[in-house]
Each structure stands twice: as structure tokens, then as C-alpha cells.
Design a protein around this ligand. Structure first.
Ligand code: MG
Length: 386
């Protein structure tokens, strides 16, 4: 049979379970700064063989879904049912024009592209395919049975996503006796006579169930993080008749900084330092100075945007260090307020924010009071492959 062309990803995320801790259903918990459900959806959506991803959420979870995907495209969502099978059926019913589907549990956020490759390849010869967690002692056996019809009774090491031709799995679910629960979709498929191929799974795909699973996953992610540093530098001219915004704080002074935005030179340097650490251009790339929408804009928006870009990559800011260079005003009295403001903008404890000030001994443009300069360094941790 020809390979299926339009393949959907269906992420089942309707669970209300709180036993993994964290106060929210586990699929909405953050893991290395990125919610579990976002990782599961991204893994499917980022694969070139997947045309669309639909998520099945629990009743009342719309707001949690929106929050989890804040700043990203929110996937199409349908409301699931009490039992997993009800949720899968609701999801299948929402698919339209797809030839095949990969049904995946949100609680398995680490989905290697190679597993998706193998599942899609198996659908060229089978109506269904599931990944099996490889064990060292069964490698030879599994390699031999790859892609073969291997009806087995034990499903203990079967993972998701499970791949099916859509018409076949639809029919299998319709034929399954109402009211009886199924372990997974492979069981439903096999009961309907579908030959389900077994492909190699991956240890990373194991389900997150308990708090210890989250702790282990966090540790694994942390060990794959590297430290990066970025620097920023900025200067703005002091003029009469403008407010002086510095470090996100309005400072009483005879002059203010001139610029297209509020000209907060300190926050601009910090923003550039953070953008530098992720190698994502500079403040002018993201907020072109000629763009009218940034006229008079408060600079905290630039800083928050840079911090959000770090979060979106699963990174975290470890520390920032800012030096403000001017003859006047005196920065010392305003330093605690600036530190507190920057900490709240970056959502970090103040212990990770350093703000310093210096003069240039009346030398140069800062010494003559013509302008204020600022320089900053940001240290972040981020996944090695980004
Ligand atoms: Mg600037």
C-alpha cells in the first residue's frame, strides 16, 4: 500500500491527575522551563511528516492550555471525555482529510524524531504501528521483528505515539464494546484484527507519572544545558524637557534621555545582553527604531520580550550585571528600586541582579553630562543544541 500522505498528530492531554505534584495536571507542568504539553506538541508539529497537531484537553482546561502556549501558536483543541478512549474518539472525530494519525500521550514529552520516522515508515506496509521500548537483552529479537506483524499479548513496554491509518483506527474504536476501557489504541486495533507493526521506541519516551519522574527529567535537561554570556552597550543623549527613565525607574532630574522609546539606556543595554546570550540579533532587530508603534514605548517591554525569548527556548537567566555610566544624577539612592524593578521584570530573585554605577571622572561625553551610557552582561543556561 502507498505511504499515507496527510498525517495528523493527536496529543491526548485530558488527564486531571495531580499525583505527580506541582498543583496542576502533569501535562501543564513546566519541565526545564517549558510545559510538558508544549514539548509533546512541538515534537510532533516540528516533524516534516506531520501535517497538523490536534490536542484533546479536559473540560475546563482551555485557560491552562492557553497559558502553557503563551507566546506560541496554540494548537487546535477539542474537549475529551472521562476515559482515555473517549478522549481519543473525540480527537479522531476532529480530524478531517487526514489519512493517518499518530496518537500520543502528552505525558511523554521527549519524542525523538527518529521514532516518528519509524512509525510513518511502518505505515507503508501496515495499518498500525507502535513503538516498543528496547531492552538490551531483546535488541536482536526486536531488530528482526521490525516492521513485521507481531501480535503480542504483553503490552507492558509499548509506548506512544501509536500510528494508524485513520479509517482503520476509526473502525476499530467503533467496534470496541462500549463501557469497557482499553489499555491503549494498539489493544483496540488488535481486537479489530488490525495487524500492528512494532518499531523501536526510545527510553526518553517513558511516561512521566510520579514526582520522581519529573525530578529525573529536570536533572537530565539540566545536564544538557550550557552556560552562555551576552553583552550589551548603549548610549542616549541627555536633553531638557524629557522624563529620566533609568533601570525601569522614573528618576527626578533636570534632564531626561532622548530617544524614540522612553530611552531607558540601562534597560536597553540589558535587553541587548540577553539577546546576545541567545544569539538573536539586537534590540533594533526586534523593535526597529523607525517603527511608530515603539514611539515613547516603555522599555520594560523590550526587556520582557528578550526574557520571553530565552524562556521559549527552554533557557533560564542565571544572572545579569549592569553598569550605568554618568556624572549625574547620583545612581546610589535609586539602585534598590532599579534592582527590584529589573528582578520583577525578569522574574528573578534580586540576588541574581547586579546594578552598579560609575562616573568617568568628568572625562568624555558622560563626564560632561551630555549623555548616559550603560553596559550589561547576561549569563544564561540553555539547551546545548540551541
Ligand atoms: Mg537605546
Amino acid at each position: 500500500m502507498p505511504s499515507p500522505t496527510r498525517i495528523a498528530g493527536l496529543v491526548v492531554a485530558a488527564g486531571q491527575g495531580l499525583r505527580a505534584g506541582g498543583g496542576v495536571p502533569k501535562q501543564y507542568r513546566g519541565l526545564g522551563g517549558i510545559p510538558v504539553i508544549v514539548r509533546a506538541v512541538d515534537a510532533l508539529a516540528g516533524h516534516p511528516g506531520i501535517a497538523e497537531v490536534v490536542v484533546v484537553i479536559g473540560e475546563g482546561q482551555e485557560a491552562m492550555l492557553a497559558e502553557a502556549f503563551a507566546g506560541r501558536a496554540v494548537p487546535r483543541a477539542v474537549i475529551g471525555g472521562q476515559a482515555r478512549r473517549d478522549s481519543v474518539r473525540a480527537g479522531l472525530a476532529a480530524l478531517d482529510g487526514h489519512e493517518a494519525v499518530l496518537i500520543h500521550d502528552a505525558a511523554r514529552p521527549f519524542l525523538p524524531a527518529a521514532v516518528i520516522d519509524r512509525l510513518i515508515a511502518a505505515l507503508a506496509s501496515h495499518d498500525g504501528a507502535v513503538p516498543e521500548r528496547l531492552r538490551r537483552d531483546s535488541l536482536a529479537l526486536t531488530a528482526e521483528s521490525l516492521g513485521e506483524a507481531v501480535p503480542r499479548n504483553g503490552l507492558a513496554r509499548i509506548q506512544t505515539p501509536q500510528a494508524f491509518r485513520l479509517a482503520a483506527i476509526d473502525a476499530a474504536h467503533a467496534a470496541w464494546p462500549e463501557g469497557s476501557e482499553a489499555t491503549d489504541d494498539a489493544q483496540v486495533a488488535r481486537a479489530a484484527g488490525i495487524v500492528v507493526a512494532i518499531v523501536a521506541g526510545d527510553p526518553a519516551l517513558d511516561k512521566l507519572t510520579h514526582e520522581t519522574d519529573f525530578v529525573a527529567a529536570e536533572a537530565r535537561l539540566a545536564s544538557a544545558m550550557v552556560s552562555r554570556t551576552g553583552m550589551g552597550y548603549d548610549v542616549h543623549r541627555l536633553v531638557a524637557g524629557r522624563d529620566l527613565w533609568l533601570g525601569g525607574v522614573l528618576i527626578p532630574h533636570s534632564q531626561g534621555l532622548d530617544g524614540h522609546s522612553d530611552a531607558d539606556v540601562a534597560l536597553h543595554a540589558l535587553t541587548d545582553a540577553i539577546l546576545g546570550a541567545i544569539g538573536d540579533g539586537d534590540i533594533g532587530t526586534h523593535f526597529p527604531p523607525g517603527d511608530p508603534q515603539w514611539r515613547g514605548a516603555p522599555s520594560h517591554r523590550f526587556l520582557e520580550h528578550a526574557a520571553a525569548l530565552v524562556s521559549a527556548r527552554g533557557g533560564r537567566i542565571d544572572h545579569v550585571d549592569l553598569t550605568i555610566i554618568c556624572e549625574a544624577p547620583k545612581i546610589g539612592p535609586h539602585r534598590p528600586a532599579m534592582r527590584s524593578r529589573v528582578a520583577s521584570l525578569l522574574r528573578l530573585p534580586e540576588s541574581r541582579i547586579s546594578i552598579k554605577a560609575t562616573t568617568t571622572e568628568r572625562l568624555g561625553f558622560t563626564g560632561r553630562g551630555e549623555g548616559i551610557a550603560a553596559q550589561a552582561i547576561a549569563t544564561i543556561r540553555i539547551s546545548e543544541d540551541l
